[in-house]
Design a protein around this ligand. Structure first.
Ligand code: SF4
Ligand code: SF4
Length: 387
């Protein structure tokens, strides 16, 4: 089936401009009443990764969330906002991100995900069971509201990745451990989650996105776009088109399409790709985790071949949040700051994701760096020279 993705320009977070752009974007794919009926309980799932001010571009902007609440309420739905931030509770995170204020103003409850339910009904493709919060399952409609950002482990966080927050709190670490060092395996977790939750609508906040050292410490970058679709997988593919990246460079796209889930036949409505493509967007320094080598060799050469988290000592405030967030406990806090056990490290980059100071960055393995130094070429995170 041909999926439809709308692309609409939106140059600022001025409230009325955002509302009009959201309306246009959703009207282009059938209008809000296609998704929300009178009396529906509608879960809005923004990106509330970490409690930072809206202008830092870490979280979905409150103007986007507010605009969607308004549309849902006008359609007779009963919206509520739900998420499970990486560090700190939902209320604190939402307050810092400007979401709590608009939620109160609009009479829209905030619900923290802390009630995991293990599902084993095989709606997913890759895992026998998966844990999702009860509130997600109880909603009549799920509207997915991701932010357009880079992601140290998965290259980008967009529509499919945003649903990882539907796994409550500390359970996320278990799924990181289950996936281990295998980025493909982690993508399978995300694709399973996407299939099971199956949001009715995904609206991507790409007005101001984040590039570089995302998803928490990158650079806010003006992109001026809102994308909407019933199919987050298609939407994620269109973002790759806009960035000039091969669609399969995003592992969630690759895993889903190779398994016959979703489609790459996409109808784009609204703006044309050529007119709004993004020419300057810095990707994270991501290199293949196993380089296609046999497992034993991959493990042996892991520290030299693969990207790894590295500390910038001058920026570290020794808060210990990275240590807390490390699923395999391969980080310890010393007098000089966190110390990495790279043998144990599974390269999930949760430490980089949660560091409030941007003190952890990703460094490619030295073979890859050396290769590019010798050739005088630039590191390209979407390609591996050895595969
Ligand atoms: S690296 Fe970041 S998260 Fe870790 S202790 Fe330092 S400031 Fe805190
Ligand atoms: S050190 Fe960082 S990248 Fe390595 S396992 Fe821990 S959190 Fe993940």
């Amino acid at each position: 089936m041909r999926e439809v993705v709308s692309i609409v320009r939106c140059e600022s977070y001025e409230e009325e401009e955002v509302f009009k752009a959201l309306q246009k974007s959703i009207d282009l794919i059938g209008g809000i009443r296609r998704f929300v009926k009178e009396g529906d309980r509608v879960l809005l799932k923004p990106n509330l990764l970490y409690g930072k001010a809206p202008e830092k571009a870490v979280t979905t902007h409150p103007a986007i969330v507010k605009g969607i609440i308004r549309m849902v309420q006008e359609a007779g739905g009963k919206p509520f906002i739900g998420d499970s931030p990486s560090i700190g509770g939902l209320m604190k995170t939402a307050e810092r991100a400007g979401i709590k204020e608009i939620a109160e103003e609009m009479g829209c409850p905030l619900v923290e995900f802390n009630n995991p339910v293990s599902l084993s009904d095989r709606r997913g493709n890759f895992f026998k069971s998966i844990e999702i919060d009860q509130n997600v399952l109880d909603a009549d409609v799920v509207i997915n509201l991701p932010k357009w950002k880079t992601h140290a482990q998965m290259l980008l966080t967009l529509g499919v990745k945003n649903l990882f927050g539907c796994i409550p709190g500390a359970r996320k670490a278990l799924w990181h451990l289950k996936a281990g060092e295998d980025r493909r395996r982690f993508a399978q977790v995300l694709v399973d989650l996407y299939q099971i939750i199956s949001p009715s609508l995904t609206v991507l906040d790409g007005v101001i996105g984040m590039d570089g050292n995302g998803p928490n410490s990158g650079r806010p970058i003006s992109l001026g776009l809102i994308l909407s679709s019933t199919d987050a997988l298609s939407l994620d593919q269109v973002v790759c088109d806009l960035l000039g990246l091969p669609r399969l460079s995003l592992m969630t796209n690759r895993v889903a399409l190779e398994a016959g889930l979703g489609s790459d036949e996409i109808e784009i409505v609204g703006e044309r790709i050529e007119e709004v493509s993004i020419s300057k967007f810095e990707l994270p320094k991501l290199s293949s985790l196993n380089w296609g080598l046999p497992d034993f060799l991959g493990r042996l050469l892991k520290n030299t071949l693969t990207s790894k988290p590295v500390l910038e000592k001058g920026r570290c405030k020794k808060c210990g949040q990275c240590v807390e967030s490390c699923p395999p406990r391969s980080l310890s806090l010393t007098e000089k700051g966190p110390s990495f056990d790279y043998g144990q490290c599974i390269r999930c980059f949760c430490c980089q994701e949660v560091c409030p100071e941007g003190a952890i960055h990703i460094e490619p393995g030295w073979i890859l760096r050396g290769y590019h130094q010798i050739r005088g070429t630039k590191f390209n995170p979407t390609r591996s020279v050895f595969l």
